[in-house]
Design a protein around this ligand. Structure first.
Ligand code: NDP
Length: 333
């Protein structure tokens, strides 16, 4: 393998689960790529709520200490022996497993990365890869949103939420979004939300009933979890779809099947990795996201950039609901 970099790199490491302060800036050795692997010098790292779940122990990392992070865009600096199809200098992106993106450089399986079109800035790509692919499978595959549907999106000004609103609007849906503040409501409206509910001031179940004249919505995209789950079910029309894809406020309480029976509801708790596990699906899903950037369907809000060494501050801000749009960490920022 040809390498252009030294063996030690700076990375954020977690030795024990806890608050943002457990994110430590350390030297690690990443070695050289083996068969089927590449080494990538990261230009921008996407921060995702899932990073908080791993840091706090909501999800368990396979081993401790670990380097968090499941999304990055960078330049290939070395390729494993015999690998074809990837070259030093390629700009690539990945989202999902393996963990380890909070590092200046990392080793990745070559079949987990996708090429980044030269028209897309690396910071934009790192802002949209994981969140945009999530929007893709949620709107096109876990449930298929069509023109004429009315949908409810919680955390509509968040990283994923902003993209869901823009994309669903382009699909011809009537989009109802919830946000916590008036400032976020302005952003959600810009992103194509037709009705924005400010949850600090209004009760979303009542407002959705009003907006839909008591009919309810075809689908709820619920990433908030505990605080919203039950209300979300109440917002659905008969035979509606409950897509519970996150738990920013905590895990939803268990429900009984009779909670679904009253309206013949569908319930799914999907995960991006199952929708991008096959290489052709990964390429197709990422390709659709990049195409939607090119055509202007998605206007990526790469609003919040932090030096990678300041990951703790970034985590604190995301957790405290201060970061509408996407958050990225910049290794040399
Ligand atoms: P966001 O930028 O959306 O941040 C989370 C938002 O959730 C906040 O800004 C806040 O918006 C809202 N929120 C509501 N209650 C709370 C609370 N108690 N604490 C913190 N935030 C709260 O994050 P991401 O875009 O990174 O992720 C959005 C969600 O999507 C996450 O739940 C994540 O786990 C999930 N996800 C799931 C995937 C999957 O495949 N299943 C893939 C990718 C993401 P407001 O202030 O307006 O209420």
């Amino acid at each position: 393998a040809i390498s252009t970099s030294s063996a030690m790199v700076k990375a954020i490491r977690v030795h024990e689960i806890g608050g943002p302060e457990v994110l430590k800036w350390e030297d690690i050795e990443i070695g050289e790529p083996k068969d089927g692997e590449i080494k990538v010098r990261n230009k921008a790292i996407g921060l995702n709520f899932i990073d908080i779940y791993f840091r706090t122990g909501v999800y368990k990392a396979a081993a401790v200490p670990f380097t968090p992070g499941m999304e990055a865009v960078g330049v290939v600096t070395a390729v494993g022996p015999g690998l074809t199809g990837r070259q030093v200098g390629d700009v690539v992106a990945y989202a999902g497993n393996p963990m380890g993106a909070y590092a200046e450089e990392q080793i990745l399986p070559a079949d987990k990365v996708v090429p980044v079109p030269s028209s897309v800035d690396p910071i934009v790509a790192a802002s949209v890869m994981l969140k945009g692919m999530t929007a893709q499978y949620l709107l096109r595959r876990s449930f298929k949103v069509e023109s004429g549907h009315t949908i409810l999106v919680h955390a509509a000004a968040g990283g994923v939420g902003s993209l869901l609103c823009q994309w669903a609007n382009a699909l011809g849906a009537t989009v109802i979004g919830t946000v916590s503040t008036k400032e976020k409501a302005v952003q959600a409206e810009e992103d194509g939300c037709h009705h924005v509910i400010v949850t600090k001031q209004e009760r979303f179940v009542e407002r959705v009933a009003e907006i839909t004249s008591g009919q309810g919505v075809e689908v709820v995209y619920d990433s908030v979890g505990k605080d919203t789950f039950e209300g979300s079910l109440a917002c659905l029309k008969t035979r509606g779809y409950m897509v519970s894809f996150g738990q920013a406020s905590g895990a939803p309480d268990p429900i009984s099947l009779s909670a679904l029976a009253s309206k013949s509801l569908f319930l799914t708790r999907p995960s991006l990795m199952h929708y991008t596990a096959k290489r052709d699906k990964l390429l197709e899903t990422a390709g659709e996201v990049f195409a939607n950037i090119a055509t202007g369907v998605l206007r990526v809000r790469a609003n919040h950039k932090y030096p990678l060494s300041q990951a703790a501050q970034a985590h604190s801000d995301l957790e405290n609901r201060k970061t509408p749009g996407s958050v990225v960490l910049i290794p040399d920022g």
